[in-house]
Design a protein. Structure first.
Length: 368
């Protein structure tokens, strides 16, 4: 019996020893867990920021008649390319042709009257030299000559105006571009006071993309180059994503920065110019402009290496094998999975690379 009891006690002791050993292993694993770490270094990084943009043609002209009359012919089609000086509409020329003929006749009459007045005046000058007519008679003839000269000048002005009005019956395009929809039809009565233009011509060989950025980012962006002028001259090319989701094939460049801040939104407006050789971009369209920002030799960390607490961002540095919460200052832009650290870390620091939000200060760390 004693031998059996001794054997049983020995078995129990072995089991207890094994359990103690297992618990010790678990404790050691818990005390020094494995976490993914990284050593902080520098690298070049290009970030892209996207903004909603409004597209406009380089020059948009509303074409309106300068005279009153009925449209007798429409000489262009909707959406067609037109050239500067090309006739777009013809307005009834009959009354203006008649007015020109009257003006020409009046001018010829005035020329005849002037010729008669000049002849009378020259004759009276000779007669006055021979004391045949009085000074009063000569002065009367001179006044008649001046009146005839004024009459001819007035007739010429009326003829010029009549010719101009007749030329206005052919409504021409003032610029190269593409015609809009045409809301008017042959026979419609139009005038210079119509509320809706005959047609709008958009010069779309180059397109402007207007977009807005925050005042803070504008100051950072321009401050990096020294001035608005230097920024416009040195800024990298920008890209455009169309409403369809496709990326536009032609790169653009920022060529204007507003000198004022919108008081209601706190935004600064910028303009980028894009070539439009295939007329794919249209006036009034919408798109997304993609503005790159290049940062050289920056400290970059994964987003998963950071966590936020009370509106501050932290990372965990590994110091003497334990986690140490460290506040960092981040650049305002990111690429969706990495941050640029402007302050708080140094090259060579070891940090927790992922899962920072699940850790706490003072945890023992074994690097992976």
């Amino acid at each position: 019996m004693r031998s059996k009891a001794t054997y049983t006690s020995l078995i129990i002791a072995v089991i207890c020893l094994l359990m103690t050993s297992c618990n010790g292993d678990k404790k050691r694993v818990h005390d020094a867990a494995h976490y993914k770490t990284m050593v902080v270094s520098r690298k070049d990084m290009t970030l892209s920021q996207q903004y909603s943009a409004r597209l406009t043609g380089r020059q948009i002209v509303e074409v309106r008649p300068q005279i009153t009359g009925n449209i007798t012919r429409i000489c262009t089609g909707e959406g067609q390319t037109v050239k500067r000086g090309q006739t777009l509409f013809i307005i009834d020329q009959t009354p203006y042709q008649a007015a020109l003929e009257v003006a020409v006749a009046n001018r010829k009459t005035a020329e005849a009257k002037l010729a008669t007045a000049e002849m009378n005046y020259k004759g009276d000058v000779q007669l006055r030299d021979n004391s045949v007519v009085s000074d009063f008679s000569l002065e009367t003839t001179r006044h008649a000559l001046l009146e005839a000269e004024a009459g001819l000048a007035q007739a010429k002005a009326q003829e010029k105006n009549a010719r101009w009005q007749l030329s206005c019956t052919e409504v021409k395009s003032p610029v190269d571009g593409v015609a809009s929809m045409i809301p008017w039809h042959v026979g419609a009565l139009v005038s210079s006071t119509i509320s809706e233009p005959l047609v709008t011509v958009a010069d779309d060989h180059e397109m402007y993309a207007y977009f807005s950025i925050s005042e803070q980012f504008a100051l950072q962006l321009i401050g990096r180059y020294g001035s608005s002028t230097d920024f416009i001259r040195q800024a990298p090319a920008v890209r455009l994503r169309l409403a369809s989701g496709a990326e536009y094939s032609q790169a653009g460049h920022i060529d204007a920065v507003s000198g004022t801040v919108d008081s209601s939104t706190g935004a600064v407006t910028l303009r980028a110019t894009f070539p439009n050789p295939d007329h794919l971009l249209r006036d009034g369209g919408s798109a997304t402009i993609i503005v790159p920002t290049h940062r050289e030799q920056s400290i970059v960390v994964p987003q998963e290496a950071t966590y936020e607490l009370q509106n501050r961002t932290f990372v965990y540095r590994v110091i003497n094998g334990k986690t140490k919460a460290t506040p960092v200052k981040l650049f305002s832009q990111n690429n969706g999975h990495e941050y640029i650290v402007e302050d708080g870390l140094n090259v060579g620091d070891t940090i927790i690379a992922e899962g920072a939000g699940l850790l706490k200060e003072g945890i023992e760390v074994k690097s992976e």
